[in-house]
Ligand binder design. Structure first.
Ligand code: CO
Length: 220
């Protein structure tokens, strides 16, 4: 009888464990005790954009949050919990928002078609389109327009991270984490740094700047 596809995964897992143990006897023992990743990755759920694989990182090196179109929605408890834990407990040095060209979520946000419940998630991306309407509307080449929209969406998510009380309190307390915006190209595997790194609220519109808190937010 042919092997079922999911059984193949379990077999591959066994092979992977064997390979890891052969390479480094202490690998699992070390990871079992603690994790101290330097990076938080916020990426798309797209099966082609696996955080560890495309950055050549190993288990233990990257704390990961993924959702459709790598969104930082300030009322999303899932994202906020991951962010708070990564920033305040793990004390990551860098938070990377990584989008990808050809992102289905971003492309859907450009269209008027209904897909389902996801349309309400994608609404956040439509807001990005509206914010950058002038720039996007003059791009006539459809691929160029899509690619720029993907980039602008990442940039807005980087700013949205900076607008959270979690990140601003950390900036005040320890000058970090650095927040970055990247885009992955599924067609050639290359990651482009959009050079929007931030580690302070200096360049932010005043209305988003939080004063120093009088209470201790989390551990120092
Ligand atoms: Co995507």
């Amino acid at each position: 009888m042919p092997m079922k596809s999911y059984e193949q995964l379990l077999l591959q897992n066994k092979a992977w464990v064997e390979e890891k143990n052969n390479e480094d006897k202490d690998f699992f023992n070390r990871l079992a005790h603690t994790q101290k990743p330097e990076f938080l990755w916020i990426g798309c759920s797209d099966s082609r954009v696996s955080a560890n694989e495309i950055t050549g990182t190993a288990p233990g090196e990257v704390f990961v949050h993924r959702n459709i179109a790598n969104m930082v929605v300030h009322s999303d408890m899932n994202m906020l919990s991951v962010l708070d834990y990564a920033v305040n407990v793990l004390e990551v040095k860098h938070v990377i928002v990584c989008g990808h060209y050809g992102c289905g979520g971003v492309l859907a946000a450009m269209s008027n078609k209904q897909i389902g419940l996801i349309d309400n998630w994608i609404r956040h991306i439509k807001d990005v389109y509206r914010m950058h309407l002038e720039e996007l509307e003059v791009i006539t080449d459809i691929k160029a327009k899509q690619d720029r929209f993907v980039e602008l969406n990442v940039i807005e998510q980087v700013y949205d991270l900076g607008k959270t009380s979690i990140v601003q309190n950390a900036w005040q307390a320890r000058g970090g984490p650095h927040v970055h915006g990247w885009v992955y190209d599924v067609a050639n595997g290359i990651i482009k740094d959009l050079k929007v790194s931030m580690n302070s609220n200096e360049d932010m519109p005043d209305v988003y700047k939080f004063e120093k808190t009088t209470f201790t937010p989390v551990k120092k």
